[in-house]
Design a protein around this ligand. Sequence first.
Ligand code: APR
Length: 238
Amino acid sequence: MIEQVHAWVRAAKRVVVLTGAGMSAESGVPTFRDAQTGLWAKFDPQQLATESAFRANPAMVWDWYAFRREMIAKVEPNEGHRALAAFAARHPHRLTLITQNVDGLHQRAGSEGVLALHGNIFDDQWLDTPKACCLSAPVAPGNPPHCAQCGNKRRPAVVWFGEVLPLDTLDAAETAACECDLMLVVGTSGVVYPAAGLARMATGKVVIINPEATELDDAAAAVLRGKAAQLLPQLLKD
Ligand code: APR
């Protein structure tokens, strides 16, 4: 089946790749829902990845993101990240890369124009609409950093549960899905929407790359039970 999918890649004019946490697993970044090692097996997402959790306990949530930032900063993109960046460089305008990951590893591997649906863990934003004081005075340090005058807090610029995705990014992703010849869905359990919905609206063939069963397998023309860093270099070679 790998040869078949490789032939589809070579023949496709417009390839979309949708990635999830499994894309970074071989770099050493834990996934979310893996039974033992997943972040949500150890931490309660409702206590750490919602706006109300942040308002209730800003220091705990901020420290958790600081812990993840430190962990991600220590790892490197893997062969899968690099194969995607290299393919895009060799074939301009043929690949649209959409990711649910906030780790920035695609971008660190050299991928440009990545549609990051859930934001970037290394960016911050204001919790509440900033006032003049927030924008004029230097941000006061702390857990979290905040406006020294009104106390408005800085929060990680990621999409938390119950929040809407950046509309421009989602629009561009949906357009790419509706115009693709082939979509590779790599390392996602396919349980979180609207990201997973992109695979269901794809006009081209959908290929799942995942060592485990996913919620999107029924939408696939082919399922490759394997790992991203091992399979993508094979599928993306010329
Ligand atoms: N290669 C490919 N896939 C892998 C690998 C690997 N080396 N290792 C694990 N996987 C697969 C797992 O089998 C699982 O199906 O990656 C998937 C990871 O799924 P989740 O942990 O649910 O992560 P994801 O689908 O990206 O989660 C979606 O949920 O928690 C929120 O906002 C967060 O973006 C995230 C969203």
